[in-house]
Design a protein around this ligand. Sequence first.
Ligand code: ADP
Ligand code: MG
Length: 711
Amino acid sequence: MPSSRSAKAAPQPAARRQASDSCRRLEGVGPKLADKLVTLGIECIGDVLLHRPLRYEDRSRATPVAEMVPHGLPVIAVVRVDAAEIRHGRRRSLLVTTSDGGGRLWLRFFHFAPAQQAKFAPGTWLRVFGEPRAGAYGIEIVHPEYQIVEDESAGHDFVPELRAVYPATSGVTQSRLRDMAAQALALLEVPGFWPDALPADIAAELSTGGPVMDVAAALRTIHRPAPGEDLGALIEGSHPAVTRLAFEELLGHQLSLRGRRRQIKTEKAPALGDAGSGLAPLFEQLGFAPTNAQRRVIGEILADMATRHPMLRLIQGDVGSGKTVVAAAAVLTAIENGWQAAFMAPTELLAEQHYANLSGWLEPLGVMVLLVTGRRRRDDALLAPIHDGEPAVVVGTHALFQESLDFGRLGLCVIDEQHRFGVDQRLALRNKAARHGLSAHQLIMTATPIPRTLAMSAYADLDTSIIDELPPGRTPVVTVAVPNTRRDEVIERIGRAVVDGRQVYWVCTLIETSHKLEAQAAEAAAEALSVALPGVHVTLAHGRMKPAAKQKAMNAFKAGDIDVLVATTVIEVGVDVPNASLMIIENAERLGLAQLHQLRGRVGRGSVESHCVLLYQPPLSETARRRLSVLRDTGDGFAIARADLELRGPGEVLGTRQTGAASFRIADLVRDGVWVERALTVADDVLAYHPREAELLVERWAGGGGGYAGV
Ligand code: ADP
Ligand code: MG
């Protein structure tokens, strides 16, 4: 490039725009619009190019009226006005009768100005665009876009296009988005504006397995497909243009997570090695021997914690696999080394349960165990030792980081049921340690088993351990799906189970999103069960009860004083009553697979055979039917997770907030599974041999509003 001095006296260098510039540098984008664009994930000019259309309108040709079919896609027509009159039917409308020689087409306007009628003088030629439907007289278009044209041939004189329709939001029109895309596409012509970030050797390697398109061509195809392009493939994402970008995005995402991991791994953390007494005293407290899987995972954790760099470890283990014990071992190790541990749970109930477990196991060993939840707010006297850095474990909900709770010496963060927290929350807790100069070790536990590729893609920043063994003595839960019409039989069965000394859960599931209705349903169910089963102790636990009352009910159930616990989904996580061996889940068709699997995990904890009845309201939708049959056929959390992924997609499976999976712009972890694998394989090479491209990929795909910012 010539130096700016030798260039003509134009404002060239200052006006040179870059992909990372704010989209306000595009014409017509002011501060107000820019604010609204943020909700669409558009902040810089590059984001405009990565804003993928939802669908396309075929404006490549005019359709003769005779060829139009109702309920089809929108079409262009060139027609002549025959008449325009106001109709006073059920709703007043302006009806314009037109024809193109081959057939008649009616245009109907419910909102119109008197002047509009005058414009439709007989003989006027129009070019219209809209969706044909069956009207009172024949094919009709309601509120078409239209232009008055000179004559028929002027009507046919338009630039054929397949016009992109973008995800939009209130205050951001399609034409504005199209205009911005046009400006951004023009910038693609400027050398250096959008360098190809896929190194040639990587691209060459890929070309054997799939077509690799030039990146600028891919972007042009997505925003402005040439007439004749396969629109179906573009929309569903199998088109080479989409593949090209999806692969880049997956790679960028992978590189970003690896980079983050590398950076955290360079931080210093306290080395928490074997402090002498070991874990034997803890194991004695438990009253059971850890499984081999638990021992192996504890070993992996202790090896991490003994190093001078932060542990970043994810523990995956099915419901009931005994993750709490594993975490307790890590906590004890931190404390024996003179450091503090924070143990974060997603709900108060679960925090209380962890508190009960940890204090039961660790207090006899002389460990201080504290509980901090939203309700048990910061009590200065109680928390003073924490500020002072005394070794202790603090169990709590997100209140752990929301409160001005100050850890004097935080060495370990345990986060349970990770899918309920966002990445940002996990970092916020970590940062509590950072201010003391050393980073805390991090242990994350999830009960949602995740298929391998998905896990590797979402948790590339974490090491993974899997507890792939259940404690002995567990029996598989026999699961049946029963229509609500056979409710009476189910109630009889509860009666028999209670006579046999068993305990029963009756779970009322969420009605829409109303906790109130859900609570009412639970109250009604408890009432009905008490009436139908005299002499059986039935009690309630739902989210709208006072926590103390709820806890009391749970405790009574745990103590065996209650036969049937009618609960809402509050029992989903963490409740542990081995004698409960029958669970009825009402309206099971409303819940997702993961949630049903979690709920079902509450039974099958003792040695008697357990049963789960999925009570459903017929008729079942196809997906609901598949969900219930997956549960009937398997108790394997991984198989269930795979099925869940297929039925729901990755954003839902992972929890949308947590990984940014839902904020992929182009890629789709299910559709692009093969590309996920490839991105994983080539990521190391890109980092090692193409650092500049790696940086570019991260900036382009993971640097802006795409969900990984600041991660
Ligand atoms: P998770 O959190 O993985 O779903 P928990 O940690 O709540 O599982 O453990 C479930 C139940 O199994 C608890 O009652 C726990 O005390 C018990 N448990 C854990 N490990 C073992 C083991 N090795 N042997 C027997 N019982 C165990
Ligand atoms: Mg648990």
